[in-house]
Design a protein around this ligand. Structure first.
Ligand SMILES: [Zn+2]
Length: 161
């Protein structure tokens, strides 16, 4: 009896699926201290808010935490986290191996939703900033953040360790 055929390994998609310009964006949004996240931190700081970074003890290790306001600001890359904004060019799936990408990114979205639900059930308020909001209209984003967080300079203890 012949040995069973080895399962055929599907080639693993790589970033050659993704056009060069978008790949640069994706590389920028993959790690910590990414550009959009830095931009949001700088924006919040300039507005007078003080915050903590990446609380390891919170679900999903959120980027920006304002403990005194029970608030979390989560900066999400549009491609990897499937930005819902209509017209967001960075959230378009690659044409190549679209199914693989769809499945992979769906897991990211699931994880984001689970983390957000866990944060909220622990009493945190979560504000999601999409990368494209940072790139397009910072004035509008600043206003939304201020509406969500409340006036700066009240919850002083945020600046303490
Ligand atoms: Zn977007």
């Amino acid at each position: 009896m012949p040995p069973p055929a080895a399962p055929r390994q599907l080639p693993r998609p790589d970033f050659s699926d993704v056009p060069e310009a978008r790949r640069r964006n994706m590389a920028a949004v993959r790690g910590r201290d990414t550009k959009p996240e830095m931009a949001v931190r700088q924006m919040l700081h300039a507005m007078g808010y003080r915050f903590r970074l990446q609380r390891q003890d919170l679900p999903g290790r959120p980027d920006i935490v304002l403990p005194g306001r029970h608030a979390v600001v989560d900066v999400r890359g549009c491609f990897f986290h499937r930005c819902p904004n209509p017209g967001c060019k960075n959230s378009v799936l690659p044409k190549t191996r679209a199914d693989w990408w769809a499945a992979k990114l769906a897991r990211n979205v699931e994880r984001d939703l689970a983390n957000q639900a866990a944060l909220e059930s622990a009493g945190w308020r979560v504000f999601v900033v999409w990368e494209c909001q940072v790139r397009s209209d910072r004035g509008a984003l600043a206003q939304k953040l201020a509406d969500f967080l409340g006036p700066p300079g009240i919850a002083r203890r945020e600046s303490e360790p």
